[in-house]
Design a protein. Structure first.
Ligand SMILES: C[S@@+](CC[C@H](N)C(=O)[O-])C[C@H]1O[C@@H](n2cnc3c(N)ncnc32)[C@H](O)[C@@H]1O
Length: 210
């Protein structure tokens, strides 16, 4: 079972034909601190292109929650990275994922989500969930493909990021990614009130899949 197989099965959810490169992963995960007690959330972890880099930076410190909506990918991820807390859940339910683990907030959120494939409402809901989950000094990173940067979904995302964060810095193009991509580094979230968290904690995934 490969990333490409999952793309063919579910192109609008997977959103890319190949995993991100190590070059892109290094840039997207750079804000992950090497200090103990950090809560790092990875959204749309897929086959783990960013996961190993986050684990390397944490070096056994902190709590790394990887949220993935595709069950096959989530099981594969949990098997490959047994020290990562894999949640089979929709990123929209991040509040419940954190609450079910007793985590008050995330210090860093690294997103690998396919924003361009999301409808406007879904994009808004997922971003709200991420912003609301961040600590006041938290950092959010996500990426966009350069060729699609000026297409309506990517422009909508950039506008939304700029409205939800005090600082949005667009990184240099990562030419070593296929296709070339750039990373948004977003700081100082501005949360807005959202209705009750409910019971949407997702399901913890263990290597056996149970
Ligand atoms: C473009 S792939 C990126 C995978 C990996 N982070 C990388 O960069 O190679 C997007 C991933 O997001 C997952 N995904 C899509 N929508 C999601 C959602 N609402 N909640 C959680 N994961 C989602 C997909 O299943 C897929 O694994």
């Amino acid at each position: 079972m490969s990333f490409l197989t999952e793309f063919i099965r579910s192109p609008w959810t997977v959103g890319a034909v190949a995993p991100s490169s190590a070059a892109l992963a290094r840039v997207a995960t750079a804000p992950v601190p090497r200090t103990a007690g950090t809560v790092v959330v990875e959204l749309g972890a897929g086959t783990g292109a960013f996961t190993g880099h986050i684990q390397q930076r944490l070096a056994g410190n902190g709590h790394h929650v990887a949220v993935e909506i595709n069950e096959r990918l989530a099981i594969r991820l949990a098997t490959r990275y047994p020290t990562v807390d894999v949640a089979l859940a929709d990123a929209r339910d991040l509040d419940a994922v954190l609450a079910s683990r007793g985590l008050p907030h995330a210090d860093v959120i690294v997103s690998g989500l396919p924003w361009a494939a999301f409808a406007e409402g879904q994009q808004r809901d997922v971003l709200s969930a991420a912003v609301d989950a961040l600590s006041p000094g938290g950092v959010f990173t996500t990426f966009a493909y350069v060729h699609a940067r000026w297409a309506p979904p990517a422009r909508r995302l950039q506008r939304a990021l700029e409205s939800r964060f005090d600082e949005v810095v667009v990184g240099r193009t990562v030419w070593g990614n296929l296709p070339p991509a750039l990373v948004y580094h977003c700081r100082r979230p501005a949360p807005v009130p959202v209705a009750g968290a409910g019971t949407r904690g997702g399901r913890a995934v263990h290597p056996s899949g149970r």
